[in-house]
Design a protein around this ligand. Structure first.
Ligand code: GLN
Ligand code: ZN
Length: 767
């Protein structure tokens, strides 16, 4: 019998129950017991769903109140001293509030302290809390939560597989913090860590757990030799455990780590054949005869329905060769897809028939396993045929393929993606056109999204406010923002983005080819969830999207109003993207639609246009060998969007992440006239990369951190800009905050910007 399982399930609940309960607990309106009860109910419901769908094992260990990597940190006692948990760790039970303090700096109990760093998990939009490591760190088993959950699942009568972040991936994700020597080697901590993992596995074995899946996505990245050797050491050490280990490598191919992975002394291997279909055969050829192979065939990263008939055919050989040693699963945890498609009662039925969310993917896994075994019943066959019919309809759907889009793409030439003159010449034309002072001031786009703005949008969406009334209110907001910027003396004002709920959704809603769910939430971090649009068809812009707002804003001021768009790579990156053509092609379609918007803005008299690409860097593939290919097409897409304008029209871009060193050539290749970046927390050190590269265009290094409610001092900002001026010629420097201001209040924004403008004035006098 082919075993059916999943790598993990979303824990947020179909109606974001976990978010509500956790936030209520933080606010004090729900007690600990009730919070724990919600967690238990969600786990029990998720396991029951897995069993009802026909999975052979339920997955335990994928639940977390905040983050599963944080839970491992807690379990192995890696609780930084500032959370004052020494005795808790020693006692062997770290309190849930301690974990919350690690995650967010505070909790209903305990003293607030600076939260742990949070960053994106591999190439997903999920954020994990970075384990804090230091030389000589000791580990000890410091939480019994996992064992309690196993107990719960057993009590409910379920056959259990435990899923846990593997020891090397946990270390790989960790970072030295505090005064840790520069050459600190995390691997020196491995042996101590393995002691605790061995103890965990021992306890799980004692509970009667048969299988433990250790998630080791580090294996799909480029690993230094020492780390590959450490894998051998670690898994040899763990093989003594009284459980069977399933080594899982989600998110990509094993590549040069393939021989390593197949040779490790574990009972089974789980591979991601959605991302790396070609590795199946190589693994089949090299798998030792006693090992299980779990094939992750059902996509855990996207929302498209699986072609069960196709997978049955593709995996027939694997079934024949492996017999009972074949398992079927999801490519990765279903954490990365929305919970239940059935909740989408307003989604257009044909599109809906092409989709599968987590709940539906359970059925797909179980059905595929039965199909491969030849024990499918009539319902299974009907499910397979229904999938085939739906996918056939999807392939043939006229509205996905708009001939005019393909035609236009085919006609794109290199010239379309190149500004007419080099930057140095454009800069002269722009200066004539814009007449800006030295150290021009601007902001990144959004101004405070006040309660009134949000209430108006809600009322408009609910049909309680007419479009005219809504738009009138947005115009009033814009007028207010422009007046404030005039009073402050900002050289290049913005309209403030009051009409935008979200920088991707706003554009997706106005472009053909995108669909929106009502409940399609995916955990981003902690209790924060996002609802990515579904990009299902060719992208067409039926009408201008932002022009009337920018034009109105420009009509209120003599100063050059900056138009504001989200770039093609960011729209792509923050959506569920169609899987029937290369991402590059989809991105080029978005680029063409945005190019028309850029040209319309220019024609409407907008002299500067910002195209935000905060997601450009996070789109980098997990393997460095694939970086260049990605950067080539993503940069080309940005240029296709931006390069149609005249010399004197100034193109800005904005990025807010903290690493440019390794992609600086691509940043320069964007050829934006001005790039504004987040730098204030790094003391302008980020500019070193620009200096070393001799970055030729203008830069606005953020002079204050918009995440903080503190009002930045004039002197502080002047000092930062002086540091910038040591690296970049002053004629090419702009003065602006780190990022958009939508999460702040005007009471903070106005004095902060007043100080920023004053800082620019001081700088002009000095230079
Ligand atoms: N223009 C956007 C804003 O100001 C940019 C947001 C971002 O960088 N993520 O809100
Ligand atoms: Zn930003």
């Amino acid at each position: 019998m082919t075993m059916a399982h999943i790598a993990g399930y979303p824990r947020i609940g179909a109606d974001r129950e976990l978010k509500r309960a956790t936030e209520a607990y933080w606010q004090g309106s729900l007690d600990r017991q009730a919070l724990e009860a919600t967690g238990r109910e969600l786990r029990l419901a998720n396991w029951a769903d897995q069993r009802a769908a026909g999975l052979d094992l339920v997955t335990v260990g994928d639940f977390a109140f905040y983050d599963q990597v944080l839970d491992v940190s807690v379990m192995v006692g890696a609780v930084p001293a500032r959370f004052a948990a020494e005795d808790e760790v020693a006692r062997g039970e770290v309190d849930l509030d301690t974990a919350f303090r690690m995650a967010r700096g505070r909790a209903p109990s305990g003293t607030p302290a600076a939260a742990c760093e949070m960053t994106k998990y591999f190439d997903t939009n999920y954020h994990y809390l970075v384990p804090e490591l230091h030389p000589g760190q000791r580990f000890r088993l410091a939480s019994a939560r996992l064992f309690d959950q196993v107990e719960e699942a057993h009590a409910a009568g379920h056959p259990v597989k435990v899923a846990l972040t593997g020891p090397l991936t946990w270390l790989w994700l960790g970072k030295g913090r505090g005064d840790v020597p520069e050459d600190f080697d995390r691997l020196t901590l491995l042996d101590g860590l393995l002691d605790v993992y061995a103890e965990i596995l021992q306890r799980l074995g004692g509970q009667g757990v048969d299988w433990v899946q250790l998630d080791e996505p580090a294996l799909v990245q480029d690993l230094p030799l020492a780390w590959r050797q450490a894998y051998e050491r670690a898994y040899h050490r763990l093989q003594a455990a009284p459980v069977k280990l399933l080594l899982a490598s989600p998110f990509g191919g094993l590549g040069e780590n393939l021989s390593l992975a197949v040779s490790l002394p574990v009972a089974g291997l789980h591979i991601d054949v959605v991302r790396a279909p070609d590795e199946l055969e190589a693994v089949l050829d090299r798998l030792l005869p006693h090992k299980v192979l779990s094939v992750g065939a059902i996509d855990g990263r996207n929302v498209w329905r699986a072609d069960l008939a196709l997978w049955r055919e593709r995996l027939a050989v694997a079934r024949m060769r492996l017999g009972e040693r074949l398992w079927i699963g999801t490519s990765c945890s279903l954490l990365h897809v929305p919970v239940d498609l059935e909740a989408e009662t307003t989604l257009e039925p044909e599109l809906k028939s092409w989709l599968a969310f987590a709940r539906q993917k359970l059925d797909e896994v179980a059905t595929l396993a039965r199909l491969l075994d030849g024990r499918a019943d009539a319902a299974d066959r009907e499910r397979m045929e229904a999938a085939s019919r739906a996918l056939q309809a999807r392939r043939e759907a006229k509205r996905l393929h708009r001939p005019e889009v393909a035609e236009r793409l085919a006609g794109v030439s290199d010239d379309d993606a190149r500004r007419r003159r080099p930057y140095a010449e454009r800069a002269v034309a722009q200066q004539r056109h814009l007449a800006l002072p030295l150290f021009p001031t601007t902001t990144i786009g959004s101004f405070p999204q006040t309660d009134e703005i949000r209430a108006a949008r809600r009322a408009f969406k609910a049909g309680d406010l007419s479009r005219e009334a809504y738009e009138a209110q947005m115009r009033e907001e814009i007028a207010g923002a422009v007046a404030r910027q005039e009073a402050l003396g900002i050289d290049m004002p913005v309209h403030g983005e009051p009409e935008r709920n979200d920088m991707v959704e706003y554009f997706g809603e106005q472009l053909d080819g995108f669909a929106f769910t009502r409940f399609g939430w995916v955990q981003s971090y902690g209790t924060r969830c996002v609802k990515p649009p579904i990009l299902f068809g060719d992208v067409v812009r039926p009408a201008a999207m932002t022009v009337r707002w920018s034009q109105y804003a420009q009509s209120l001021t003599e100063r050059p109003m900056k138009g504001m768009l989200t770039g093609p790579v960011t729209v792509l990156q923050w959506s569920f993207v169609r899987d029937d053509q290369p991402r590059e092609t989809t991105c080029r379609q978005i680029a063409l639609a945005l190019r028309d918007e850029v040209l319309d803005l220019e024609a409407a008299g907008i002299r500067a246009i910002q195209i935000d690409e905060p997601a450009l860097r996070e789109g980098l593939p997990l393997r460095q060998a694939e970086w260049q290919g990605y950067l080539d097409w993503s940069v080309a897409c940005f240029r296709l969007t931006s390069a149609g304008v005249r010399d004197e029209t100034q193109i800005h871009t904005h990025m807010c992440y903290a690493e440019f060193n390794d992609i600086i050539a691509a940043i320069a290749a964007l050829d934006a006239d001005v790039i504004t970046i987040e730098t204030s927390r790094s003391d302008m050190e980020l500019l070193d990369a620009f200096q070393d590269f001799a970055y030729p265009n203008a830069i606005g290094p953020g002079v204050y951190d918009i995440h903080s409610p503190n009002i930045p001092e004039v002197d502080w900002m002047v000092a930062l800009m002086e540091q910038a001026a040591e690296r970049i010629p002053v004629e090419r420097l702009w003065v602006n905050p780190d990022c958009g201001l939508k999460t702040r209040g005007w009471a903070e924004v106005e004095p902060a910007l007043a100080n920023m403008v004053e800082a620019a004035r001081v700088l002009r006098q000095r230079h």
